[in-house]
Write a protein that binds this ligand. Structure first.
Ligand code: CP3
Length: 343
């Protein structure tokens, strides 16, 4: 077994940082596109445990990354609660039904049936663990309550998420009620993923950056904390709150193992702020991977050297769909050629 990711999360010394990429499963691999084009739609693939397992393992085979991430989506949770979504080819996710008023929250499903409806995820995890047979650890995930709330209110992506932000100012009690429900379901969902075999969980707060610090404390971090406090003891967890630059101090207080960062802050700045309290994941600008091999190598090695230790190498956000596979390979291979001892 390649233990690098677990070693760094558990505080054991490692010869080099483990490397994986957010959104490595799907998007960039021709094998994924081939498999995907044979399926009716994105959701049929997500709900097909053995095909989802295959897509999860593709980047491990093709790129030799140090971890696999479950092929699924953060939106399976609102779907299981009764808000169906469609994945439109060009626009991304669309929810025909959204939360518009406090009463809509009462109509959502919140009991055990929600977790039961996600059984296909747990079946995929069993299958992935079997097929990986210990090659690399498996990362499970969910969306943070704030980000799921954004999609439930907005019904699709948005530059500003102003509908969701309007709701927290105009209907704060209903907003808290909904965030509480999402956090509760998410904690049970991640717990079940861990029981099914994932080695690490990551919470994606993709839209953390649309809230100011005080609102992010009240409507964002509070509910991430709630999830983390309800995971089994000694679970390994990574919190990726994209754009939450005003709240690094509060993120460091969360009971998680690692924090993911986007690429806007330098490694030196992040390291100084975190000050050894958490393992750090990140944070190469995904656009570096469009560059030539030498640029990718230099940028990758400089980043690793700047973090020095307690570091999981990743991009600062998901790999972009049109990234050349060669760029991804140079990134992974550069990381693998590095040794802390030769610094
Ligand atoms: O990391 C991985 O590769 C594992 C699988 C994964 C997917 N989505 C598969 C996917 C993960 C971890 C996600 C997380 C996710 N989904 C997030 C948080 C991470 C982030 O990027 O900020 C968000 C916000 C979503 C919601 C979502 N799903 C959007 C906005 C879209 C459309 C645009 C896009 O990102 O591709 C999706 C679709 C989606 N999810 C695809 C894949 C492989 C593409 C769908 C297709 O094949 O047609």
């Amino acid at each position: 077994m390649n233990h690098l990711l677990l070693d760094v999360l558990d505080g054991r010394p490692v010869p080099r940082p483990p490397v994986w990429l957010m959104r490595q499963a799907g998007r960039i691999l021709p094998q994924y596109r081939a498999l995907r084009s044979g399926m009716k739609d994105f959701k049929s693939l997500v709900k097909h445990p053995s095909k989802a397992a295959e897509v999860t393992i593709q980047p491990v085979d093709e790129l030799d990354v140090d971890a696999a991430i479950l092929f699924s989506d953060i939106l399976v949770v609102p779907e299981a609660m009764g808000l169906d979504y469609e994945m439109a080819r060009t626009v991304g996710p669309i929810f025909p039904k959204t939360i518009q008023q406090p009463d809509d929250i009462n109509r959502l499903d919140k009991g055990d049936e929600v977790i039961q409806r996600l059984d296909y995820v747990f079946s995929a995890i069993y299958e992935i663990k079997n097929r990986l047979n210990g090659r690399v650890p498996l990362i499970g995930f969910c969306g943070a309550p704030w980000t799921i709330f954004c999609y439930m209110l907005e019904g699709q992506g948005s530059k500003t998420f102003s509908t969701a932000r309007r709701f927290i100012y105009t209907q704060p009690e209903a907003a808290h009620q909904l965030l509480e429900i999402i956090a509760d379901i998410s904690a049970r969902y991640l717990t079940e993923q861990i029981k099914s075999g994932v080695d690490v969980v990551q919470i994606f707060d993709s839209w953390a950056g649309v809230l100011g610090h005080d609102m992010y404390m009240e409507f964002g971090i509070k509910y991430i904390r709630k999830i983390l406090l309800n995971l089994p003891a000694n679970s390994r967890s990574i919190v990726f709150a994209k754009g939450a630059h005003a709240s690094i101090e509060a993120l460091c207080d969360l009971p998680c193992t690692a924090l993911g960062f986007d690429w806007l802050f330098s490694a030196e700045h992040i390291k100084a702020q975190v000050n050894g309290r958490k393992v750090i994941q990140g944070n190469l600008d995904p656009a570096v991977l469009y560059g030539n091999p030498e640029l990718i190598r230099q940028r990758t090695l400089t980043l690793i050297s700047s973090f020095e230790k307690d570091h999981i190498l990743n991009l600062g956000h998901g790999v972009y769909p049109d990234t050349p596979l060669e760029g991804v390979r140079h990134f992974v291979d550069s990381a693998k050629s590095f040794r802390y001892e030769s610094m």
